[in-house]
Write a protein that binds this ligand. Structure first.
Ligand code: ADP
Ligand code: MG
Length: 320
């Protein structure tokens, strides 16, 4: 039986995520009514996933539900904001209850894990497209900006780089890999670094999440901060799967230019480095110092043999 728009919203999205006392009114009225705690600013972000652009039509609905929320939580992480509320705009070719169940299972499981409430949205018919807006709290005046990096700051990244891009390369070229399942998880079920983002408050001078590739995203920090950087390729944190690829190909484009990792790249002044390492240990979140900020503009990459490494890859631009 076909589902009506309102039955669909009621069944799959009316009680999704965590119940929060700061939601005075959630799904069901013209607006949600939300209470920002005193002393906090609201950080707001929105990301859209379009079929054929951001994901293959074959991707499982549960993974899409997860990822559409994860990429937004990752933006909150990059600003040190604590996730609170999300809204969801869903454009669907048809109201398929099995697809919707799997999608909402993936979406709502991550919402519960992250402590966020789904408080509203919009549901329309058309080519499959998913927009999520996420909102979180950051203490007044404490959010860092991309513009905060200073010469001498260390450049750090969380987790490992290039796995999602290798998953795509493997899917496109049928490249044989024992690590296919690990890579697919990294591409389709990214884990946003919200605990790390909050721990970086008072430590990071700038941060960004790596959605378009390390070079592109670090490049945003450098341009906004009017500084340059030196990065050591030998220090880029790589999974076993990516390390094997690097040994086979000697091609650094995946960890440097590959997008969709949703790790954090951030800068920390030397006096905060010990506190950063202690926090990362407490959270069991690997962080790696890959280089440093310099006053000299531009990005210098040093190959493992000490030579300069030239790269043309700049990351993903939808309109390039
Ligand atoms: P309106 O026409 O007043 O914009 P809608 O009919 O679009 O309201 O939506 C009814 C209610 O359901 C609203 O509270 C809206 O926020 C919520 N809603 C609609 N679609 C979704 C969705 N995909 N997820 C969560 N809430 C939704
Ligand atoms: Mg509406």
């Amino acid at each position: 039986m076909a589902l009506s728009e309102f039955a669909l919203i009621q069944r799959f999205f009316s009680a999704c995520g965590t119940r929060r006392a700061d939601v005075a009114l959630g799904v069901g009225d013209d607006c949600a009514i939300l209470c920002v705690p005193p002393g906090m600013e609201l950080a707001a972000t929105l990301d859209t996933l379009v079929e054929g652009v951001h994901f293959f039509p074959s991707v499982a609905a549960g993974a899409l539900g997860h990822k559409s929320l994860a990429v937004n939580l990752s933006d909150l992480a990059a600003m040190g904001a604590e996730p609170a509320w999300v809204t969801l705009a869903l454009t669907l070719p048809r109201a398929d209850a099995r697809w919707l169940q799997a999608f909402s299972d993936g979406f709502c499981a991550l919402a519960r894990a992250a402590g966020v409430a789904l408080v509203g949205g919009d549901t329309t018919r058309g080519p499959l497209s998913i927009s999520v807006q996420a909102q979180g709290f950051v203490p007044c005046g404490q959010a860092w900006k991309r513009a905060g990096a200073r010469p001498g700051d260390g450049i750090f990244v969380s987790g490992t780089l290039g796995d999602a891009a290798l998953a795509l390369a493997a899917a496109n070229s049928d490249l044989a890999t024992d690590d296919a399942e690990f890579l697919r998880q990294r591409l389709e079920w990214p884990q946003p670094r919200n605990a790390l983002g909050i721990a970086l408050r008072g430590m990071a001078s700038s941060a960004i999440d790596i959605s378009d590739g390390l070079l592109a995203d670090l490049g945003h920090i450098l341009r906004a901060s009017h500084v340059g950087a030196q990065v050591e390729l030998a220090r880029l944190p790589c999974s076993a799967a990516l390390a094997a690829h690097l040994r086979r190909s000697g091609d650094w484009r995946l960890p440097l230019g590959g997008g969709d990792d949703y790790e954090l790249c951030f800068t920390v002044a030397p006096e905060h480095e010990a506190a950063l390492r202690a926090a990362a240990e407490r959270l069991a979140c690997p962080v790696t110092r890959i280089g440093h900020i310099s006053a000299h503009l531009g990005l210098r990459l040093r190959a493992p043999d000490g030579s300069d490494y030239a790269v043309g890859e700049t990351g993903w631009d939808h309109f390039a």
